[in-house]
Design a protein around this ligand. Structure first.
Ligand code: AMP
Ligand code: MG
Length: 491
């Protein structure tokens, strides 16, 4: 293993796809952390990354010989309003590496200084949002949810101006690509059909090679993205994740969770939950996420229309047909996931209603989402564990009313109780990145230059399905005074 050897297919696309840029050096880079397993996966030596030379690269003070740093152009609908020009305003793509599995991965510095797309921004990132993205993206990975990754984080020794002066940092983000629905919109909104075609063919080659073999490759591309987004959002709901800014520029065509800004995990189950300080109309509430994903995919379909056929009406009909597959694909993934969370390995007609009744009782009684399902995993094998689960409901009677029907249904399942418990513990995490824990990590790092809480929380979140009794306190929801009501964008 050695220094990264970049090979950048995106930088070989036409000039109008990106701007060539150089990261702006920072005063005093200091390593916070290297993600050694991820580095190894990418064929990069983690010790080199942590060396003085490596840290200089992670801070943007030195550009590796094989890198071709660029800022990519994109547009996007932000909270429903179209912005024709966004682009990487505080992120610089160093290049792509081919990982050990043969997959092409982007390596990007987030917070590496201004680019032609920075508009009024400074191109920098504050330490708090960098730690938040590192923690939550790696937690998502451990939960088995497609996501961008965090390869490293460094502090810059400089301050950034936000509401207050804050320590600056750079996150090195790895993604299977950073191509967004908004990247397609950038070309489509300019009437640049050739740009859309070039991008579509690049995405097919990179993410969905099977689509190239289809009778209608661009239709197959749309189908594949619809499928990937439906499955992704279902997985979000199944762990109580609220993305917070599902703008089309934050929607990856590869189906990864991307752009962790004001995201949060639910404590008590509330389908209306919104955390983002800027989501005034609750557009991106927990329970709205499937509908919003479909809305975003419809924007993608609009971009692809000229590629779907010469007859505009037929192309539109085609697109509608593909988009209509979102609902069933989402339901399949979501209901299948709920059944597994309830310990059901078979499918019976009343299952969706059984799950829905539990969720309604949880919402009405402010039951903690994660603890309820984790508790059910124990209760599936041992009725005495009911005492804990029912205590999570404001009115424990609401659980008592539901549980007998669940037990009756479990009685129709094959397999023994111990195996069921194991299967449930493997899908119902004990540990999620709870907001109050992330806040405490950020406070320690920003106010006291203490990164020990960050390291400890990362360690716990790396094994979300293991009981880890020594860290049981990390399972707990916030006390009243610890509660975080709002989360903020990194901007
Ligand atoms: P986001 O809300 O993080 O998805 O960012 C939306 C757009 O604003 C993207 O084009 C970002 O590159 C840009 N942006 C966000 N923060 C900054 C910043 N500090 N400097 C320059 N551009 C930024
Ligand atoms: Mg973004």
């Amino acid at each position: 293993m050695a220094q990264p050897a970049f090979d950048s297919a995106y930088a070989r696309l036409p000039d109008r796809f990106f701007a060539r840029v150089t990261p702006t050096p920072v005063k005093a880079p200091r390593l916070i952390r290297v993600n050694a397993p991820l580095a190894a996966e990418l064929g990069i030596d983690p010790d080199w990354l942590a060396s003085e030379e490596g840290v200089a690269v992670l801070a943007g003070n030195r550009v590796p010989d094989t890198a071709t740093p660029i800022a990519t152009a994109y547009a996007g609908h932000q909270f429903g309003g179209f912005v024709p020009q966004l682009g990487d305003g505080r992120a610089i793509l160093l290049g792509e590496v081919i990982d050990r599995g043969g997959t092409r991965r982007d390596v990007q510095l987030k917070g590496a200084g201004p680019t032609p797309y920075s508009r009024r921004g400074d191109g920098r990132a504050a330490l708090g949002p960098v730690l938040r993205e590192y923690l939550v993206s790696e937690a998502m990975q451990a939960l088995g949810i497609p996501t961008t990754r965090a390869l490293a984080a460094v502090t810059t020794g400089e301050r950034v101006v936000r509401e207050t002066m804050l320590p600056g940092a750079v996150l090195t983000r790895v993604a299977s690509s950073h191509i967004r629905v908004g990247t397609f919109q950038f070309f489509a909104s300019r009437g640049d059909v050739e740009g859309v075609r070039t991008l579509a063919d690049h995405v097919i080659a990179r993410h969905y090679p099977h689509a190239a073999e289809a009778e209608h490759p661009h239709r197959a591309l749309l189908e594949a993205v619809v499928q990937a987004q439906a499955e992704l959002v279902a997985r979000w709901l199944l762990v109580g994740f609220v993305h917070g800014v599902m703008n089309t520029d934050n929607t990856s065509v590869a189906g990864e969770t991307i752009d962790y800004g004001p995201c949060a995990f639910l404590d008590e189950y509330d389908p209306q939950a919104v955390f983002s300080s800027i989501d005034l109309y609750r557009r991106y509430a927990y329970g709205n996420q499937p509908a919003i994903a479909q809305w975003n995919l419809t924007r993608l379909a609009e971009c692809l229309l000229p590629l779907l056929g010469d007859d505009a009406d037929a192309a539109a009909e085609d697109a509608v047909q593909v988009l209509e597959a979102f609902g069933p694909a989402f339901e399949r993934a979501y209901q299948g996931g709920l059944r597994r969370k309830l310990g059901l390995s078979t499918e019976r007609p009343g299952d969706a209603a059984l799950a829905e009744e539990l969720l309604q009782a949880m919402a009405a009684n402010l039951a903690d989402f994660t603890l309820t399902f984790r508790g059910l995993s124990e209760a599936a094998a041992d009725e005495e564990a009911d005492a804990h689960v029912r205590s999570l409901f404001n009115d424990p009677g609401a659980y008592d009313a539901w549980a007998p029907r669940w037990r009756h249904r479990l009685g129709e399942e094959p397999g023994d109780a111990a195996a069921r418990r194991e299967a449930m513990l493997a899908v119902n995490p004990a540990f999620i990145p709870r907001n109050h824990r992330i806040e405490a990590v950020i406070r320690a790092a920003v106010d006291r230059n203490d990164f020990a809480p960050f390291e400890e929380l990362l360690t716990v979140l790396a094994r979300p399905f293991d009981s880890q009794p020594a860290f049981a306190r990390y399972m707990e929801p916030p006390a009243a005074h610890e509660r975080v009501h709002q989360t903020f964008c990194g901007t």
